[in-house]
Ligand binder design. Structure first.
Ligand code: E4P
Length: 217
């Protein structure tokens, strides 16, 4: 399973890249707004850190505007993926951008049928938002599982990115159903490192080692 970072925060991206676990990055207008920086230079900086796909989202509301923005964003670096909100205008833009060999990521997907439509439009990536579904009492991971089945039934090759991840269990569940990609907020990624037995083990090794050094002195 590939790990994308769901953030526009450069220090976290650098840290994960330094460990070889930043296979890609997804941003959205809210995440960029949090950084308080200009969009284009920020995307350029992220693309220089990460080898894999970096999603940058269009903000236009009509297909022509999305295509124009998509072309501009794609010019920033070779690994930019154009994130397009699901919808009728969005899928027209996806079709046009993919026809120009500009890869897209359809975002704000909440059902397996939306995923099917996005795949038929030719999206390279599709992002079901599982946390937001869980928030309203639906099982987000069921949507991912069904979307994977539906795409496999018709031999459609869009890659599913499990998005809107809220906690480590979401990551485990995604891995157990064989999801190809998760996009994880840094706060959740760092939690995956934590285990009390690891901490206890490190402390015990340190204490035993120091005890030996004292004995040998
Ligand atoms: C995905 O690409 C989105 O950036 C993200 O996962 C949204 O997550 P949220 O529901 O935590 O805002």
């Amino acid at each position: 399973m590939k790990f994308f970072l769901d953030t526009a925060h450069v220090p976290d991206i650098r840290k994960a890249a330094g460990m070889g676990i930043a296979d890609g990055v997804t941003t959205n207008p809210s995440l960029v707004a949090k950084e308080g920086r200009d969009f284009i230079p920020l995307v350029r900086e992220i693309c220089a850190i990460v080898d894999g796909p970096v999603s940058a989202e269009v903000t236009a509301e009509d297909a022509d505007g999305m295509v124009r923005q998509g072309r501009d964003l794609a010019g920033i670096a070779g690994n930019v993926i154009i994130k397009v909100p699901f919808g009728q205008e969005g899928l027209q833009a996806v079709r046009a951008l993919e026809a120009e060999k500009i890869a897209t990521n359809v975002t704000l997907v909440f059902s397996p049928l939306q995923a099917l439509l996005a795949a038929r439009a030719g999206a390279s990536y599709i992002s079901p938002f599982i946390g937001r579904l869980d928030d309203v009492g639906h099982r987000g991971m069921d949507v991912v599982e069904q979307a994977l089945d539906v795409l496999a039934n018709y031999d459609l090759h869009s890659q599913i990115i499990v998005a809107s991840i809220r906690h480590p269990l979401h990551v485990l569940e995604a891995a157990l159903i064989g999801a190809p990609i998760v996009t994880v907020p840094p706060a959740v990624l760092w939690k995956l490192f934590d285990h009390p037995l690891t901490d206890i083990g490190v402390a015990r090794f340190k204490a035993d080692w120091q005890g030996l050094q004292e004995k040998l002195r």
